[in-house]
Design a binder for this molecule. Structure first.
Ligand code: GLU
Length: 431
């Protein structure tokens, strides 16, 4: 990432929308710089007795609209630049869906698949030990992200509570249900994207059985959006994980794929009846080839920078729903817009995760817990409303959906910054 900065690329999106939103340039100037950056080292005694020191980060991007919020990622490619970009997107995402948070993100440079469970627990507790003075229910609230899960959030909440000497469930979201997690948080990111697609279905008068879909990434977000779309009759013709992709023109039985993947950690073209799974005919293709398939709907649900100038011109799908954060580079975005693709941007399409995180935090603070139907109902209301608001701005300004989403976000952040009032004071308007 040294020659190509993901953060700089993300800021370009802000500048583009800044022109359209006609916001005070001071707002944009504020958003170009993260509020605070923490870098820590975490020594871990490994199972073989050796000591390994891991590097971790937490970036708090902006807290004007509320405490900062965002996940913690465990990945070998984590870098400070990446975490800054992800924190910036969280600020914008929370503003798009209008939940009372700013944005943050954390990350540790590690491949968690190489660690035993005990090593992973020590690393996670060690990270919280280092971060304990910077996070908290009213300051900065972490959550899961790529390669982190409910179990890790449980350890982190427990460690933070031990340090504070009081039970503090609202310090972190995405926890196990038994430790104060919310029903419906597990599939919230995929479900939020699904609600966006249902809005699109209404607008474009889609008949689901006629729509072909390719999903890149079969982790928490990708699996659930595929499952929900499949249940409605959409034809999911390709899916992939980090090792490669499978393609089948007739479409896959997604519940079988999920069952097999979660039991064996392998993505295989299977059809399962009860516990018996049989292979079905399919083609093995690469992740790159999956992106270029001639499908109606492409869902990148893996990592950032998957569609770049190198492959943008080869993308055939007419609609792209960004379930991953930052899957399309800003240069590639331009190419796709020129080709009249509709891109539902990450800061809207994957906001379901943080929205149910917000519900979890509200429930923790109230000490009163909701049913799963209540969570789904409220999530749908927020996603549908936000989708409609972004879509209307797009129509009104004859722009693309990403610029429209940023326009909405910086308008809301700008209103909050202006409400601070220092600028008016110097303008002579002291009322
Ligand atoms: N990591 C998720 C995201 O990128 C969820 C963040 C949260 O729940 O705070 O939106």
């Amino acid at each position: 990432m040294s020659e190509h900065s993901l953060f700089e690329d993300a800021i370009k999106q802000l500048d583009q929308a800044g022109e359209l939103a006609k916001v005070d340039p001071e707002v944009l100037a504020r958003l170009r710089h993260p509020k605070a950056i923490m870098q820590v080292s975490i020594p871990v005694r490994m199972d073989d007795g050796t000591l390994q020191v891991f590097e971790g980060y937490r970036v708090q991007h902006d807290s004007t609209r509320g405490p900062t919020k965002g996940g913690i990622r465990y990945h070998p490619d984590v870098s400070l630049d990446e975490v800054k970009a992800l924190a910036f997107w969280m600020t914008c995402k929370c503003a798009v869906v209008d939940i009372p948070y700013g944005g943050a993100k954390g990350g540790i440079i590690v491949n968690p698949k190489d660690l035993s469970r005990m090593e992973l627990e020590k690393l996670s507790r060690g990270f919280v030990d280092r971060m304990a003075d910077f996070i908290g229910p009213d300051t900065d609230i972490p959550a899961p992200d790529v390669y982190t899960n409910a179990m890790i959030m449980g350890w982190m909440m427990n460690e933070y509570s031990n340090i504070q000497r009081k039970s503090t469930p609202a310090v972190i979201t995405g926890k196990p249900i038994a430790l104060g997690g919310s029903l419906g948080r597990d599939d919230a990111t995929g479900r939020g994207a699904y609600y966006c697609i249902k809005e699109l279905e209404r607008k474009r008068k889609w008949e689901p059985t006629q729509i072909t879909v390719a999903v890149q990434g079969f982790g928490n977000a990708g699996q659930h959006v595929a499952r929900l779309l499949h249940a409605d009759g959409y034809r999911i013709v390709a899916v992939s994980d980090s090792r490669g992709a499978i393609y089948r023109e007739e479409g896959f039985d997604i519940p079988s794929l999920i069952k097999f993947k979660n039991e064996s950690r392998q993505l295989k073209a299977v059809y399962c009846e009860g516990s018996v799974c049989e292979l079905v005919e399919s083609q093995n293709i690469t992740n790159e080839a999956l992106l270029e398939l001639d499908v109606d709907l492409l869902i990148p649900a893996a990592l950032e920078n998957q569609i770049t100038l190198d492959n943008a011109k080869d993308i055939k799908a007419q609609v792209i729903v960004e379930v991953a954060n930052g899957p399309v580079s800003s240069d590639a975005n331009k190419v796709l817009i020129e080709k009249h693709k509709l891109i539902v941007p990450d800061i809207l399409a994957n906001a379901g995760g943080v929205t149910v995180s917000y519900f979890e935090w509200v429930q923790n603070r109230a000490g009163f817990y909701w049913t799963v139907d209540e969570v789904h109902h409220r999530l749908q209301a927020i996603m549908s409303r936000s989708f409609g608001e972004v879509y209307d701005i797009m129509d009104e300004h004859l722009t693309d959906m990403r610029t429209a989403a940023y326009t909405l976000a910086i308008k809301r952040i700008g209103d909050a910054i202006s409400a601070g009032g220092t600028r008016q004071y110097f303008n002579g308007d002291q009322k």
